[in-house]
Design a protein around this ligand. Structure first.
Ligand code: ADP
Length: 215
């Protein structure tokens, strides 16, 4: 479904080239929950950006259902992300002057109210629909962010340290929400430095120095 072939991402600073991602190959199947683990600074976020088309690799190829991102062009890629991908980041990026429900509906588009309400209720936020982000706990805010990522019924959810700023309990709530999406057939690619977050993953890979390895 999603495939990276020999992808690299390099940065050049002061004439020195360093690899954030070093010749990585990865295939993620439809419906798979793939975890990518490793300490900070090892290229996990960079790889996630490449896989989701948020960044272009400096070498190699990324394909979604056989389609090369490079051939899609910027517009095609933006369209692919909008239609098929959902994102959860460490920070929730909710809009402060919109309620929880409005934040989710904004991502779902016209006619998404019912779906947004159902999703928020499933994530245990049925009582919080009309609260603003500052009236929610950290865990609740991040669950709204998960609902926002899921409301357009994406095929793949990319999660970049989604629990890093949360306490244990809130982190577990967010992970459960992603696990439920996975159980319903969704594909999850989650990067984290915390192995506890990946108990429900089908496969856990480790990233070190930009290189990806099993286990
Ligand atoms: P992780 O997600 O594992 O913390 P990152 O993908 O954020 O790792 O970073 C991998 C490496 O790439 C780090 O050494 C980081 O300093 C470097 N890096 C990331 N972004 C940039 C950038 N814009 N310019 C230069 N180096 C960068």
């Amino acid at each position: 479904m999603l495939e990276a072939r020999d992808v690299s991402l390099t940065y050049t600073a002061g004439g020195v080239r360093t690899y954030a991602v070093h010749h990585v190959d990865l295939r993620v199947s439809r419906g798979e929950f793939c975890g990518i683990m490793g300490p900070s600074g090892n290229g996990k976020s960079s790889l996630l950006y490449l896989l989701s088309g948020l960044r272009a690799p400096t070498g190699g190829t990324v394909l979604y259902e056989g389609r090369d991102y490079r051939a899609l062009g910027a517009r095609g890629l933006a369209d692919l992300r909008r239609r098929h991908f959902g994102f959860v980041f460490q920070q929730h990026f909710l809009i402060g002057y919109l309620t929880a429900l409005e934040n989710v509906m904004l991502a779902g588009g016209p006619g998404s109210k019912r779906e947004a309400m159902a999703l928020l209720a499933r994530l245990g936020l049925g009582e919080c629909l009309h609260r603003f982000p500052h009236q929610l706990s950290g865990g609740q805010r991040q669950r709204v962010a998960v609902a926002r990522a899921l409301v357009s019924r994406p095929r793949v959810v990319f999660a970049d340290e989604p629990t890093a700023s949360l306490d244990r309990q809130s982190a577990q709530e967010v992970v459960s929400a992603l696990e439920e999406y996975h159980r319903a057939g969704g594909t999850v690619i989650l990067v984290t430095h915390d192995p506890g977050v990946l108990r429900g993953a089908d496969r856990v890979l480790t990233m070190q120095g930009g290189r990806l390895s099993a286990g």
